[in-house]
Design a protein around this ligand. Sequence first.
Ligand SMILES: NC(=O)c1ccc[n+]([C@@H]2O[C@H](COP(=O)([O-])OP(=O)(O)OC[C@H]3O[C@@H](n4cnc5c(N)ncnc54)[C@H](OP(=O)(O)O)[C@@H]3O)[C@@H](O)[C@H]2O)c1
Length: 318
Amino acid sequence: MASVGTILSQLFPPKPRWSVDNIPDLTGKVAIVTGGNVGIGKATCKHLLLKGCTVWLAARSKAKAEEAIAELKQETGQEALFLALDLNDLRAIKESAENFKNQSTALHILICNAGVMVPPIEQLTSQGYDLQFGVNALGHFLLIQHLLPSLKTTSSSVSETRIVWVSSSVQYYFRGPPVNYDNLTDTPSRKRLGTQQLYCQSKFITVMLGYHLAKVLAEDQSSNVICIVLDPGNIKTDLQRYHSPSLLRSIMNSVILYPVSKGVLSQLYAATDPAAAQYNGKYLRPWARLGEPHFKTKDEAEQQKMWDYCMGSIREYE
Ligand SMILES: NC(=O)c1ccc[n+]([C@@H]2O[C@H](COP(=O)([O-])OP(=O)(O)OC[C@H]3O[C@@H](n4cnc5c(N)ncnc54)[C@H](OP(=O)(O)O)[C@@H]3O)[C@@H](O)[C@H]2O)c1
């Protein structure tokens, strides 16, 4: 659990010191943004496009993606490319990655932004995992494994390539550590944990996996891929779609939710600013500031255990 100071500074972050004006020219760079069709992901695509980046907007709905691509073209004059990606299904993720690799040899930036929050408890992934763990953590884990060869090869011609993995401040509120692996599949104990805690769990696991990935990548002397995990801040988007509306919630939201223009800062900083490379294997909090995640996410034995579990879960989809 975080200190009161950490929680307050996350709820009411100081004025940003970094702005989208600081994004360098990205001509010649290639990025994938998962969940690029709405919310923070779509706005992230916009700023990458404005700086000349080739952007693959990864989304599960072709219709929604095409709508977003058309709007982004109007706003930026640049056309993002559609990558079909359903993180709910490990088999489909392999196909998406193959699709991308057949069309692009380079990949400089992978932003694992897509996410689902507090869906009905009955919802599971196609392979029977808890939906929030499956989409927010395991699906991205598999996508990363498939795209690492592209990120590694590309890193030989630039200073580094980057994976940015979007977590959340809710990782501080996960009551569970160490993770109970029974809660990752459809069990009575998962149902007892409840959908709010399952969201916290998925974002806690995201931090564990991101930290471990950074270490694994650092040991690989043949390439230079870095990984930064972050919390974008409390942002007004469709993420709250499963919350039932209430007066108290709408009053609270009007106080603690910030516009998407703020929500893009941490991930655009992590993905593009040369200075952000120093934060390999670190956690950023809003707005693009170095932070500290829940101390238990840093337990190396637990990280290894989770890594091995995820490796075992994706084996037949590699
Ligand atoms: N908003 C906040 O306050 C906040 C705070 C902390 C962290 N975050 C994190 O920030 C990220 C972006 O969230 P947001 O606020 O921009 O939410 P959002 O507007 O709801 O966007 C979520 C995106 O994820 C996509 N997605 C959901 N399930 C998917 C699946 N199975 N396969 C592929 N894509 C899927 C959605 O696609 P569809 O449009 O098809 O559903 C959408 O594009 C998420 O990881 C979220 O957890 C947000």
